[in-house]
Design a protein around this ligand. Structure first.
Ligand code: LLP
Length: 383
């Protein structure tokens, strides 16, 4: 099945805009729920992937929690209806104000990324006569075999506490009454399309927790982070990620104690496929030996191709019964990297035709900017 958008919807909305297929979002949520039914698994949606309030409300109504990385995301989660206890807060650079906000609201957990941060959180919690629930984010030094900009679990990355520094962090928590350790947190990278890195992660976690239990450390949960990949090449053939593979790998791989929970934080795999960036062809320009399709969406609307050399499938909407041509599909922004596709094979394009940049629901609108004083794209929902 390919993307089908009502002609009236196209005519009524100013391009470029993000179009969200809410049925697909709900089917994706249901697939996750089926995989984790009766299992000790909790899902916290990584809001950074897409913070549109309609999307947040739909995910909140499914009973999932929220994984946030800023005070802004925490506020968006609260506004969308997430219970404070279901909001987890990660990030290497939490400000004092953001820490206070989390404590005032009573969020479920601070995912702490350094001993320095642990000290600041404990000081602020003490001043507020509060106890901060924390999980330690451990850097497991695993290569997720993904784009180097989105790997996070290697020693060289800025994220998490080095495994060798973990004992000191645990000692600090033990001697401090304004922090309570709830669990361990991991996240090895994003757009991971094979199960091996997750298998390796489970083995690393088991070795680590074995040691910790011997020292009497109690953990309510193990948070394995996000990272499940999506099919950018064939969104219509594979609209839903391999959640079965991911959850069975984790459930089989982790040695859980009775009563312990697994937490995970999918972002991309929940929302990428339900979103497309809809754009109009402004000009078909003949260059030397090539044709440019200049569209009204640019890198300000969807920065992934310019930033990560990411490829989003480009589909022409409407009448495709015409000869195929090749185009460099480019945006209007004054940067040479404002390119969505080189030598793309597409049904012949004319000024006014609509194209869809597919699989753009994650890290699309949430990374949009106003560079060149452009407007950020709007959002249109299928229902
Ligand atoms: N948890 C943590 C701690 C994270 O840092 C991230 C993503 C997630 C969960 C969600 O990961 P996901 O399930 O979406 O892979 N802008 C990049 C992706 C950056 C991911 C950052 N962290 C992109 O467009 O590919």
């Amino acid at each position: 099945m390919s993307l089908n958008i009502d002609a009236a919807v196209l005519a009524q909305n100013r391009t470029p805009f993000y179009y969200y297929d809410m049925d697909l979002l709900k089917s994706t949520i249901n697939e996750i729920k089926t995989c984790i039914a009766d299992k000790p698994v909790k899902v916290h949606y990584a809001i950074k992937a897409n913070g549109e309030s309609r999307i947040l409300k739909t995910i909140c109504n499914a009973g999932f929690g929220a994984d946030c990385v800023s005070g802004g995301e925490i506020k968006a989660a609260v506004n969308a209806g997430f219970a404070p206890g279901s909001i987890f807060y990660a990030g290497v650079g939490k400000t004092d104000d953001e820490i206070r906000l989390g404590l005032e609201l009573g969020i479920g957990c601070f995912n702490v990324e350094s001993i320095e941060e642990l000290q600041v959180i404990s000081e602020i919690a003490e001043q507020m006569h509060n106890v901060a629930p924390v999980a330690l984010r451990v850097n497991p030094n695993i290569d997720a075999h993904t784009h180097h900009y989105i790997t996070t679990g290697l020693e060289e990355n800025k994220f998490g506490i080095d495994m060798t520094a973990l004992p000191a962090a645990i000692d600090f928590i033990k001697s401090n009454t304004s922090i309570k350790l709830r669990g361990l947190h991991f996240h090895i990278g994003s757009q991971i399309t094979i199960n091996e890195p997750f298998e390796l992660l489970c083995r690393r976690i088991n070795a680590l927790t074995n040691d910790l239990y011997k020292q009497g450390v109690e953990l309510e949960f193990i948070n394995v982070g996000g990272g499940i990949g999506v099919d950018y090449d064939e969104p219509d053939a594979n609209p839903i990620s391999d959640f079965r593979g991911f959850f069975s790998t984790i459930l089989k791989g982790l040695n859980l104690l009775p009563g312990q929970e697994i937490h995970c934080e999918p972002g991309r795999s929940l929302v990428a496929q339900c979103g497309s960036l809809i754009s109009k062809v402004l000009y078909v320009k003949k260059g030397i030996g090539r044709k440019f399709a200049i569209i009204d969406a640019g890198m300000t609307d969807l920065i992934r191709p310019a930033l990560y050399q990411a490829r989003h499938r480009i589909d022409k909407l409407g009448n495709n019964n015409c000869p195929v041509e090749r185009y460099d599909v480019v945006g209007p922004v004054c940067e040479s990297s404002d390119v969505f596709g080189i030598n793309e094979e597409l049904p012949e394009l004319q000024r006014g035709d609509y194209v869809a940049l597919r699989t753009a629901g994650a890290y699309g609108s949430s990374m949009a900017s106003t560079y060149n004083m452009r407007q950020v794209p709007g959002a249109v929902f299928s229902e």
